[in-house]
Design a protein. Structure first.
Length: 222
């Protein structure tokens, strides 16, 4: 249980630092590229495809999932393009010597609406995929996901064990321990920080998860 708790604390730290922007690394499995696009090559759909045999998906179900993904792709491309345009317009506004605050705020609202629409579109595809899975398959998917997550976090968990014991001995749960480690970032050992940075930079494409500890956009919504 202690290993699981520390692994979850490291996950909170990895994601928290990504959101806080301590460095330029992207948050794992979600979020947008600097140009406003979205990481489309990896995600729940791809993960399900890769583990179809383990899940016991028959050809009919796999074809149905492929069809859902294919049908949603064209619409997603349009939404991605729209979001990229909005981000470029925002950069243009902010590059002015005296940005118009009202225009910037309106643009921010437009970006937020576009991101919400993109997320809703993705959720729709996930819900349709979910309907194709049995309760047993969803349970197996959760097991596979958690096993993959533990393997992904293992190097950072091992590297940060001593730091967690030293700086956060009184943390009551993995959320508070993760926040404690994040607050002591500059004091963490080089090995721990290097392992965290490696986890952040190498996370995309390995593990379907979420852009925040309880945020949307990943396997936890299936």
């Amino acid at each position: 249980m202690r290993w699981v708790s520390l692994s979850r604390s490291v996950l909170v730290l990895v994601v928290g630092l990504s959101v806080a922007g301590v460095s330029g690394a992207r948050p794992p499995f979600g979020g947008h590229r600097p140009d406003g696009g979205h990481h489309r090559d990896h995600g729940p759909e791809r993960f399900i495809e890769e583990h179809a045999a383990e899940l016991g998906l028959d050809d009919e179900t796999r074809q149905a999932i492929d069809q859902i993904v294919d049908e949603s792709r064209e619409r997603a491309r349009g939404l991605h393009a729209e979001l990229q345009d909005l981000h470029r317009e925002m950069r243009d506004l902010l590059s002015q010597d005296a940005p118009d605050e009202s225009a910037v705020m309106q643009q921010a609202e437009a970006i937020g609406e576009a991101e919400t629409e993109l997320h809703k579109h993705r959720l729709g595809a996930l819900i349709r995929i979910r309907a194709l899975l049995t309760d047993e398959q969803r349970a197996e998917l959760t097991r596979i996901r958690e096993e993959a997550r533990e393997q992904w976090l293992k190097p950072a968990t091992l590297a940060c064990q001593a730091d967690a014991d030293h700086f956060c001995p009184d943390a009551e749960d993995h959320w508070s321990r993760g926040r404690c480690l994040r607050d002591r970032w500059e004091e963490l050992s080089p090995g721990c920080r290097d392992a965290i940075e490696a986890s952040r930079s190498g996370a995309r494409g390995r593990l379907p998860g979420r852009p925040g500890p309880d945020g949307p956009g990943g396997m936890d919504e299936l």
